[in-house]
Design a protein around this ligand. Structure first.
Ligand code: G1P
Length: 296
């Protein structure tokens, strides 16, 4: 069962309005976030992380037609009762593990694909602006055997009282795919500048933003006033960059392996590695992998 941090980050925002075109035709009728990694939908891993870090309200920012992403998390007491009556206790437990009791699901619509910053702005009415909240991009999966990525960041927040952005070192030639952070030399590094998808020659470092953020309500007024940035979109990175001078935002280096499930190779790697990390599946997976003629 998912354990929860009672002193954690109470609201989690999941921007999941994207069309998932890289996974067509699989995403013709099924949202990308519901494609499975091993035996659960991609988005369920990020939700698990948020709940572990203390989330009580989950806000899914969707586009029209993606309601099933939020539906996945709605409790189904009738089904649970039927399964329980049939003695299928393990199945009931698996259903209950999707979302612990007391966690609420809210749905916000992003009417047009105007960018990640705009998606976060669309969640505003469901966010308590006086508290810190999290943003999780489910495409980014972080596998480890300790506390989840957001729980690690919540610990940084508890220690510093500031915002936290998840980071990891990326290939210096790939800075154009990420937000890139410059940090100071503090014991907990503070972000001094942040730029969205710079070309390698313009990048201030190779510290790439992973899709995990702990921010406070001040981000909304910055987002409201923001024009289009990189790629013609309203960028969350730009709004965070706008608050760095006044409000500390720290870089949270995440323990674990990160998978970019926004592309097919990342998704396939995640499936292999999450299966290998599952004690029930590891043996069969290893047998299979050992039999592959990898020189072919
Ligand atoms: C978004 C952010 C980017 C971040 C990335 C992490 O980009 O804008 O700063 O590094 O997520 O996955 P996207 O991948 O949505 O283009």
């Amino acid at each position: 069962m998912t354990s929860r941090n009672e002193a954690g980050i109470r609201t989690a925002v999941f921007p999941v309005a994207g069309l998932g075109t890289r996974f067509l035709p699989a995403t013709r009728a099924v949202p990308k976030e519901l494609l499975p990694v091993v035996d659960r939908p991609l988005v369920q891993y990020a939700v698990h992380e948020a709940v572990e870090a203390g989330a009580e309200t989950l806000v899914f920012v969707i586009s029209e037609g993606k309601e099933s992403v939020a539906e996945h998390f709605r409790p189904d007491p009738a089904l649970e009762a039927d399964l329980a009556a049939a003695g299928k206790v393990a199945l009931v437990a698996r259903l209950k593990d999707i979302l612990p009791e007391g966690v609420r699901v809210e749905v916000a619509y992003q009417p047009k694909p105007l960018g990640l910053g705009h998606a976060v702005l669309c969640a505003r009415e469901f966010v308590d602006e006086s508290a810190f909240f999290s943003v999780l991009l489910p495409d980014d999966m972080i596998l480890n055997d300790g506390p989840g990525a957001l729980a690690q960041m919540a610990a940084v927040h508890a220690r510093t009282g500031g915002g936290v952005v998840g980071v990891e070192a990326v290939d210096p030639q790939m800075t154009g795919s990420y937000g890139i952070a410059e940090v100071d030399e503090g014991e907990v590094p503070r972000i001094t500048s942040l730029v969205e998808k710079p070309a390698p020659e313009d990048a201030p470092s190779n510290l790439g933003v992973v899709g995990r953020y702990i921010l406070d309500g001040r981000i909304f007024s910055l987002l409201e006033d923001l024009g289009a940035g990189a790629g013609g979109e309203i960028q969350l990175t730009d709004a965070i960059a706008g608050m760095l001078g006044d409000h500390p935002v720290y870089a949270g280096t995440l323990a674990g392996t990160r998978y970019d499930c926004g592309n097919r190779v990342g998704m396939l790697k995640a499936n292999i590695d999450y299966a290998l990390a599952n004690p029930e599946l590891r043996g069969a997976m290893l047998d299979h992998l050992r039999q592959l003629d990898l020189d072919d």
